[in-house]
Design a protein around this ligand. Structure first.
Ligand code: MN
Length: 404
């Protein structure tokens, strides 16, 4: 549904995808931005299959009558807790359709939740780094010498982060084909299953943020799909890392789970050996237990678990500010692909198809090495392995690049 008098240019499938959403129940209470008929975009809280207009609950238009969560996220942990407590009281009193400021999620447009400032993507799954090393550099040590000393990452493109439900256009790019170098549509389009952390409170340039300050700065977390054109990436990445093979699109789930909703989901991280430098020592527990199910064309392809990531989001935060780089409200940083050494539980097609050398079966939808046009990829998260506790959903359909 759209604002009156405004044409909806999205396909019917896109509308369904955005509207389908996820039922988070009454406890998670994630934040998002929505547009109801006749109203400007605003911040809401998902309660079951309803959305509660925060500007009706809390009279603070400068925070909530906004097209993104950024103004609210900038206010800080004390305010986040205050607002969550107010929402919890309201939920306890009962939220139902027909009350002021309550809409059915299916009846509104759920929009991009944050204005992304900078986007960084890490490489914190040691199983993924090992698998990818074996596939891309066979015969060599799969991990580079720095891997256990620092959370490796690269700067991505903030302006191409899109919400769940928006199609991803297959990129064209320069690739090496045998002895030739050509420009063509990527033939090895892939996804990476990740979580994305969202920064609320900024920091001062020149002043590092310690791992202990993680909860003072980071507001929440989303499901993130790092779309990756492996053929473009393989040709361009040395020596400066991913560039156009990644920057064409990144999908995030539209509801941001506040860290305060996940307190009991955190678990101790894997042993880090050799010991990390003091600035990277992070308090336990280090990572949330979030399972991600990966579906293509409605077929369950894989299931991965974030609890075992080698580096934690607090360590990533400390590392990316250690040189004095500042944080801005809306900064987004990805965990890196969440994977495993079990070939039925890997977080990318690069690993599942072992570099395209084996087919991945998709039931009635045939088999894949990499993504085909028309494929709909869905990442669906659950908290602490409990399928009743939704964490969020990020989905997109791959469409062909078309004529040029
Ligand atoms: Mn990635």
């Amino acid at each position: 549904m759209t604002t009156e008098g405004e044409a909806d240019t999205r396909s019917a499938d896109d509308r369904d995808a955005v509207a389908s959403g996820v039922d988070f129940g009454q406890r998670t209470l994630p934040y998002g931005v929505f547009r109801a008929p006749g109203l400007a975009p605003r911040v809401g809280v998902a309660v079951g299959d309803l959305v509660l207009d925060l500007s009706r609950l809390i009279d603070s238009p400068e925070e909530f009558e906004q097209p993104s969560l950024n103004a609210f996220m900038a206010t800080g942990h004390r305010r986040w807790q205050e607002v969550r407590a107010a929402v919890e009281s309201r939920v306890e009193a009962g939220v139902s359709l027909g009350q002021d400021g309550v809409h059915r999620i299916a009846d509104v447009d759920v929009l991009m939740p944050i204005e992304v400032a900078d986007f960084v993507d890490f490489f914190s799954g040691i199983e993924h780094a090992t698998n990818a090393g074996h596939v891309l550099r066979p015969g060599e040590d799969p991990l580079k010498p720095n891997y256990r000393h620092l959370p490796v990452g690269y700067h991505g493109r903030a302006g191409t982060v899109i919400p769940s439900g928006v199609d991803v256009v297959r990129p064209r790019g320069q690739v090496r084909a045998g002895d030739e170098v050509v420009l063509r549509e990527s033939a090895r389009l892939d996804f990476e299953a990740e979580l994305g952390y969202v920064v609320g409170v900024p920091s001062t340039q020149g002043t590092p943020v310690s791992a202990e300050r993680f909860r003072d700065h980071v507001f929440g977390v989303v499901v993130l799909v790092d779309w990756s054109a492996r053929d473009i990436q393989a040709w361009e990445y040395q020596p400066l890392g991913p560039f156009l093979g990644k920057s064409f699109a990144t999908t995030i789930s539209p509801w941001v789970l506040p860290l305060d909703a996940l307190d009991e989901a955190w678990v101790d991280g894997p042993v880090q050996e050799p010991p990390v430098l003091p600035y990277l020592r992070a308090p336990e527990p280090r990572n949330p237990s979030i399972a991600l199910e990966i579906e293509i064309q409605g077929q369950l392809l894989s299931r991965v678990e974030a609890a075992g990531l080698y580096w934690s989001p607090a360590q990533q935060l400390a590392h990316m500010t250690r040189n004095g780089a500042s944080l801005r409200t809306g900064d987004l940083y990805g965990t890196g692909t969440i994977s495993s050494f079990d070939e039925s539980a890997m977080g990318s097609l690069l690993e599942l198809s072992w570099g395209g050398s084996r087919k991945v079966q998709l039931g009635d939808s045939g088999a894949r090495t990499f993504l085909e046009d028309g494929d709909t990829v869905v990442l669906r998260g659950y908290v602490a392995g409990d399928r009743r506790r939704a964490f969020g959903e990020a989905r997109a359909t791959v469409v062909g690049a078309g004529e040029e």
